[in-house]
Write a protein that binds this ligand. Structure first.
Ligand code: SF4
Length: 308
């Protein structure tokens, strides 16, 4: 299953099967906080990064077994709307497996394109991101492909919100000292007023990002900002309790701990040695860090995980 990963216990979506449509790592942005590391291909080119038929074939094979899932989610290690076949894949899911909730995570940068907005229309839930309103903060936090601007992103997002009839949860990732200044928060407030969304969720770093110097925002600060904004702004939920995820494999957890007992590893080392998708390995690490079993430490090759 080279284009699917999980199911993983997602903190927002429950038990979620992931679909990864871009190679590691093609994206329109190179966000400071990206858990998938640095963007290798910073691009706006929409194309068939992986064969659409292959993805549909894998989904048909997997979903025909009737797995218990809360969501089938386009996320992965890059921007899913860069894939030119994303609309065909969503349409296939809604036609042949309508019982599953189809969720799209997008960084919003291509929503100004009518064909991208049209491709997402059959989805049940879209979670677009907006991390900055002013262009200088956008460049600082999201480090976009040079032709992009925050104004274009916001106009595309507003157009999408006006057209889409499903649910929209806007995600805002906050980094202390970068996009939490009173000026930027005031700009966010004015943009939120323009957007028809069901929820606005504030998120913060809980695993190492693409650069080592960014700090996680303390939960109490996030809560204070959410309180100031008022509904529908809320703080994103804590990681899902793993007992609720039938797909959480104690065996995988044990293999991961056993590997880390031998030597500290980076996320990529772990994923490669256990044959997991990096995002799968990351979800297990979230649980193990939350349980106090594993800790992180920065080394020469990046962030290493080891048993406490
Ligand atoms: S966080 Fe998302 S949008 Fe940002 S660089 Fe990573 S994959 Fe791209």
């Amino acid at each position: 299953m080279s284009h699917l990963f999980g199911p993983v216990p997602s903190r927002r979506l429950g038990v979620s099967l992931g679909i990864d449509l871009t190679p590691q790592k093609a994206c329109t942005l190179n966000c400071l906080y990206c858990e998938c590391g640095k963007t290798d291909s910073l691009t706006l080119e929409r194309k068939e990064y992986v064969p659409t038929d292959e993805v549909i074939g894998e989904l048909r094979e997997y979903l025909s077994t009737g797995p218990e899932l809360d969501a089938v989610t386009f996320s992965g290690s890059g921007e899913p709307t860069l894939h030119s076949g994303v609309g065909d894949i969503i349409a296939f899911l809604k036609r042949e497996f309508p019982q599953y909730r189809v969720v799209m995570l997008t960084n919003s940068t291509l929503l100004h394109l009518p064909e991208v907005r049209a491709a997402l229309m059959p989805a049940d839930l879209v979670i677009p991101s907006l991390d900055a309103v002013s262009d200088d903060v956008f460049r600082k936090i999201n480090r976009p492909q040079s032709a992009l601007s925050s104004a274009q992103l916001i106009d595309g997002l507003a157009a999408f919100c006006a057209e889409f009839t499903g649910e929209i949860w806007l995600e805002v990732f906050l980094i202390p000292g970068i996009n939490d200044t009173p000026e930027e928060l005031a700009l966010f407030r004015s943009v939120f007023a323009r957007l028809r969304v069901d929820r606005i969720q504030l998120n913060a770093l809980d695993r190492p990002g693409a650069v080592h110097w960014i700090e996680p925002m303390p939960r109490e600060n996030l809560e204070a900002i959410a309180h100031d904004f008022g509904p529908p702004v809320e703080v994103i939920g804590k990681p899902m309790v793993r007992r609720r995820c039938a797909s959480f494999s104690e065996n995988t957890r044990d293999r991961l701990v056993a590997t880390l007992r031998v030597r500290p590893c980076t996320l990529d080392d772990l994923a490669a040695s256990l044959g997991l998708h990096a995002l799968d390995a990351g979800k297990y690490l979230d649980v193990l860090i939350g349980d106090g079993v594993v800790e992180q430490q920065r080394g020469e090759r990046g962030v290493f995980y080891r048993v406490r």
